[in-house]
Design a protein around this ligand. Structure first.
Ligand SMILES: Cc1cc2nc3c(=O)[nH]c(=O)nc-3n(C[C@H](O)[C@H](O)[C@H](O)COP(=O)(O)OP(=O)(O)OC[C@H]3O[C@@H](n4cnc5c(N)ncnc54)[C@H](O)[C@@H]3O)c2cc1C
Length: 421
């Protein structure tokens, strides 16, 4: 009988993993607390941009964060929440804001991203239907200094074929006439892509169903039952679901669920906001990064999507109008045609953040058959296909697991094991 894997979480990470396992012939059940269409996986900018895959904790971040703290509409906010896990998380993240950890993390993410584009192409060849665009990505800057900083951070990614070409303000406008004079310097990243994240989630779900994956929705996992070091079932929405392997792919809730499975992981939410504009006022072909404001603009077939801001210490899906207002203001600076009163469908999403800025991918320490795929922060869409490859290889074991061992090693949950003297 086929090995039965229970994947907890029907966001892009859980679905990509379920799809990869089912395609290889495994029996798979996906369990989700909702219908799987409420999480960050549908509320994001939809960029597949290995070139931007630098860890969030970076040298110089502390100074910027302190300056931004004074503005409620800034790209970054840390809410002063007196919860111990939040405070511990922020302190740990500060400790990772150094050159050594940043470079180490960047190298690890670069290796992880080596197959991203190839794996995404395979999705399309294998009948996963979703809206995807490949004209390349533009980055627009007001200050030359900001462009220089980005170029410096992205330069190592050339080694895996992700490059950035320098553009003047006029060259930017030749490519995207909607960009106004505020954009004085630019970059064109020809290999980066964008997609409609709602369609990717739907496409993966549909393909999973074709492959026989069973879905159990509206069933939050509340407990994990073990026999020795092996999990045997999860309690979801009051019913026990048995399995041979379990994958925890619950985004920002990874910390809580991993604790239920017996190992604490420091995953906290990094809340982002966005809105979809259907007015058609500012037409774009490329996805555009508004560098100083850290706002992502994504042209999709039926809407222009704006996304940005990072807020630590916030759970829930409430909308902070100040932060949303910050995104609208930046949009109007760079896209003068964009109307102040454009119809705005606002949304928020919780990025699953880790203190070192790296995802957590691998077997849960002390548990033989429980795997974690979470903490993907700002890159969950980009990293979903390769995460699924690694988890599938680790579940398969043997040569498959050996082949991914070196790439997967920096992401092991073991790095969060309590240090023994
Ligand atoms: C504003 C914004 C912009 C972004 N832009 C990009 C981008 O352009 N490119 C990119 O690569 N990434 C981007 N991201 C990041 C990306 O969206 C996330 O990294 C990714 O969606 C995380 O996916 P996930 O499947 O781990 O989590 P989620 O999408 O949060 O899914 C987790 C699922 O687990 C379920 N769940 C939770 N707890 C339980 C439980 N106890 N039992 C059962 N089910 C449970 C939830 O219901 C949910 O469906 C962005 C994020 C935000 C917020």
């Amino acid at each position: 009988m086929a090995v039965h894997t229970v994947v907890i979480g029907a966001g892009v990470i859980g679905l990509a993993t379920a799809y990869r396992l089912a395609r290889a012939g495994a029996a798979v059940t996906v369990v989700d607390a909702s219908d799987g269409e409420t999480g960050a996986s549908v509320h994001n900018a939809g960029w597949v941009t290995p070139i931007l895959s630098a860890p969030v904790p970076a040298p110089g971040m502390v100074g910027k964060a302190l300056r931004w703290m004074l503005r409620r509409d800034s790209p970054l906010r840390v809410r002063p929440v007196p919860r111990p896990e939040h405070v511990r998380f922020m302190v740990a993240m500060l400790r990772h804001c150094n050159v050594r950890d940043f470079n180490r993390g960047l190298l690890a993410l670069m290796r992880l991203n080596e197959r991203t584009i190839e794996l995404l192409d395979r999705y399309e060849q294998d009948g996963v239907r979703f809206e995807s665009h490949s004209p390349g990505q533009l980055m627009a800057f007001h200050a030359f200094e900001t462009r220089r900083e980005y170029q410096h951070a992205m330069a190592p990614l050339e080694r895996i074929g992700h490059t950035a070409e320098q553009l003047t303000g006029d060259e930017l406008r030749d490519l995207e006439p909607a960009l106004g004079g505020h954009a004085r310097a630019g970059l064109l990243c020809p290999r980066e892509r964008h997609l409609d994240p709602v369609s990717l989630v739907k496409g993966l779900k549909d393909r999973c169903r074709d492959l026989g994956v069973r879905f159990v929705f509206d069933s939050p996992v509340e407990a994990v039952t073990f026999r020795g070091t092996e999990a045997v079932s999860v309690l979801a929405g009051g019913a026990a679901i048995d399995g041979d392997r379990f994958v925890l792919a619950v985004g920002a809730r990874t910390g809580r669920l991993a604790r239920l499975a017996g190992f604490a992981l420091p995953v906290q939410p990094g809340k982002g906001y966005g809105f979809d504009d259907t007015s058609g006022a500012a037409g774009l072909r490329h996805s555009v990064y508004l560098g100083e404001a850290k706002v992502a603009v994504t042209p999709l077939s039926d809407r222009l999507r704006f996304a940005g801001t990072m807020e630590f210490g916030s759970w829930g899906d409430g909308i902070d109008r100040h932060r949303l207002g910050g995104i609208v203001r930046s949009a109007r600076e760079f896209l003068p045609e964009f109307p102040a009163d454009a119809p705005r469908a606002a949304w928020s999403g919780l990025r699953p953040m880790t203190p070192d800025g790296l995802p957590v991918i691998g077997r849960l320490p002390g548990r033989d058959n429980v795997f974690v795929a979470g903490g993907h922060g700002m890159f969950g869409v980009t990293l979903s296909p390769v995460t699924a490859e690694i988890i599938a290889a680790q579940i398969e074991g043997g040569k498959a697991a050996e082949d991914v061992a070196a790439v997967a090693e920096p992401f092991t949950p073991l790095r969060f094991a309590p240090k023994r003297p």
